[in-house]
Design a protein around this ligand. Structure first.
Ligand SMILES: Cc1cc2nc3c(=O)[nH]c(=O)nc-3n(C[C@H](O)[C@H](O)[C@H](O)COP(=O)(O)OP(=O)(O)OC[C@H]3O[C@@H](n4cnc5c(N)ncnc54)[C@H](O)[C@@H]3O)c2cc1C
Ligand SMILES: *[C@@H]1O[C@H](CO)[C@@H](O)[C@H](O)[C@H]1NC(C)=O
Ligand SMILES: *[C@@H]1O[C@H](CO)[C@@H](O)[C@H](O)[C@H]1NC(C)=O
Ligand SMILES: CC(=O)N[C@H]1CO[C@H](CO)[C@@H](O)[C@@H]1O
Length: 503
């Protein structure tokens, strides 16, 4: 890959969501991209797993902006009008207390013919979705990957190359080169690590900070993901519980320590199941089967779940961690950056990881629409972190909050959550109002964002004021720029410089 054309050359490590989306976005800005993926096939297709890619409104709007939501791609997703809350299990203390009053309730949820313990429901507010100008879409992971891949490759015979079975085993940040397992070496103007939380690029930056993957600390929860084909649900007579119950079609079963989320996914409206559990400590991946069966990590639970979960196919398990937070997303050399999971590991199977990965891609492509000067690479990479870090951390916290709210151990908070939801439902309100209003407001924050506008704002306020001939973007002697020093150096140059670089 030479720098023959006018654009910069980028190497992207990892052809998953953030890698392919960044390739699309950088291509739109006129750059050349080589994407290197270690797996032999797109979307982990070499393993059986093909889970649920949840795209929240701000993410689906990006797909729309890229003109990727044609009728045939839309048809590959299932909608999510909201979700219903049930109890996964009735805690023994509560069952006992009901027992004193109404015997029938002791068996709530556990026996054939009993009713599920319904807590309430949350429907997306029309205004919220309208303002976000997008809907909630749930694709099969591999379908979404195919949509992104095809767009990356469209009309780009020379601009974008994607290589599978190309594992990067070493990165030289100074020389801006990567070495593949085959021994091949590639050089570029910049290297983007889109290779996930355990990828080599994140590890390389952690090493620069004297850390290792051991600094990511398990938080006690593991998420199992699987698909239950719709046909199996019908064959086993479970449709009344999972397809015909209401018009929402998605349910979250909350309970002490474990929670089961069931959402329709893909063209077939199969059921995507996520189980957050404290019963596994396996450090699994998205492409390997788990050691323990899914039915062994759900604890005592409602009969509906007991019947559904044995039908789960192609199960995986991924551990939740409190990740080490990289101080710098950019190497000391200023040429290597991480984004997506590699920069800010999210909550596996959370509501927002895919949209955040798409936003990262829009942002990086958009700022690089303003330069083809290799000298400005470090400055732009630091700007990426400077502008994206806070939002990504905030959204991770929001996703974590949902999971924690659904898995609170028995105790006052557990009881308060249930009572709050029941009271809301009794009053004809959304389950998440009142005590949970803050969480609802947070959805507004997540949806109410435009990465492209945000990137423009950086350019208008900061980027365009710099003169690449006199300012290199390096403020400190070790060549490493902290976000704060970046702001102050830009601020001072903004006031001193009158010259403007392609305003
Ligand atoms: C195969 C697969 C299936 C997934 N399925 C689901 C799902 O069903 N539901 C869900 O909620 N989330 C799923 N995820 C996670 C989801 O993709 C992320 O949470 C996020 O949305 C996007 O992350 P990302 O693109 O930054 O990184 P990731 O999706 O983690 O992808 C990183 C990519 O980098 C590649 N890579 C790693 N190391 C190297 C290396 N040394 N050289 C070259 N390439 C390398 C990996 O093979 C992978 O393709 C899946 C991830 C993968 C990899
Ligand atoms: C499970 O994986 C196999 C491939 O190993 C695939 O053919 C099948 O469709 C998958 N099933 C589901 C429900 O995803
Ligand atoms: C972001 O804003 C721009 C205009 O500033 C608009 O063209 C684009 O559609 C918006 N994108 C999203 C994803 O809302
Ligand atoms: C990227 C994106 O979709 N941004 C939109 C998210 O939603 C808000 C409204 O809530 C819009 O203003 C953004 O443009």
């Amino acid at each position: 890959m030479g720098a023959s054309t006018a654009g910069l050359t980028f190497i992207i490590v990892g052809a998953s969501v953030s890698g392919l989306a960044s390739a699309i976005s950088l291509k739109k800005s006129g750059h050349n991209v080589l994407v290197l993926e270690k797996d032999p096939k797109l979307g982990g297709a070499a393993s059986g797993f093909n889970g649920c890619a949840r795209i929240c409104p701000n993410g689906s709007k990006i797909l729309l902006d890229w003109d990727l939501l044609h009728p045939e791609t839309k048809a590959k997703s299932a909608p999510m009008p909201g979700f219903t809350f049930f109890k996964r299990a009735v805690p023994r203390s509560l069952a006992y207390c009901f027992c004193l009053t109404r015997y029938r309730l002791v068996n709530a949820g556990y026996t054939e013919g009993s009713k599920a313990d319904f807590l309430g429901e949350n429907r997306w507010n029309e205004d919220l979705l309208f303002e976000a100008r997008g809907g909630y879409m749930q694709f099969r992971h591999q379908d979404l990957m195919r949509i992104l891949y095809d767009e990356a490759m469209r009309d780009s015979s020379s601009q974008v190359t994607v290589r599978f079975g190309a594992e990067v085993v070493n990165i030289d940040c100074e020389a801006c080169t990567v070495t593949l397992r085959s021994g091949e070496v590639h050089t570029a103007d910049a290297i983007i690590g889109a290779d996930g939380a355990r990828g080599i690029v994140r590890q390389t930056l952690m090493e620069e900070e004297g850390e290792s993957l051991a600094s990511d600390v398990p938080n006690g929860l593991t998420v199992y993901s699987a698909i239950v084909p719709k046909a199996l649900v019908y064959e086993n007579g479970l449709a009344p519980w999972f397809y015909e119950y209401d018009d929402i079609g998605s349910s979250i079963w909350v309970g002490p320590d474990r929670s089961v989320w069931i959402f329709p996914v893909g063209h077939e409206n199969d059921l995507a199941v996520s189980v957050y559990t404290t019963d596994s400590t396996q450090d699994g991946t998205w492409t390997e089967p788990p050691e323990k069966r899914i039915t062994d990590v759900i604890g005592k639970c409602d009969i509906r779940l007991k019947k559904l979960l044995p039908l789960a196919r192609n199960v995986t398990c991924v551990q939740m961690k409190n990740p080490y937070s990289l101080e710098s997303w950019v190497s000391e050399s200023g040429r290597v950056v991480v984004l997506g999971e590699a920069a800010h590991p999210t909550i596996p199977a959370g509501l927002h990881p895919y949209s955040i990965a798409l936003e990262d891609a829009v942002f990086i492509g958009k700022i690089f629409s303003h330069t083809k000067d290799p000298q400005r690479v470090p400055e732009f990479l630091y700007a990426f972190q400077e502008n994206r870090e806070k939002r990504c951390a905030r959204i991770r916290d929001i996703d974590l909050e949902y999971v924690q709210a659904c898995t609170v151990p028995l105790g006052p908070m557990h009881d308060q959550r249930d009572a709050g939801m029941r009271a809301n439902h009794a009053a004809g309100r959304n389950a998440m109002e009142g005590d949970f209003q803050q969480m609802l407001d947070e959805f507004g924050i997540v949806f109410g964002y435009n990465a492209s506008d945000d990137a423009d704002e950086w350019w208008i306020n900061w980027g365009r004021f710099r003169n690449p001939n006199t300012e290199h973007g390096y403020g400190e002697t070790d060549g490493r720029l902290r976000p704060t020093s970046f702001i102050s150096s830009v601020t001072s140059s903004a006031t001193e410089e009158t010259e403007c670089d392609q305003c």
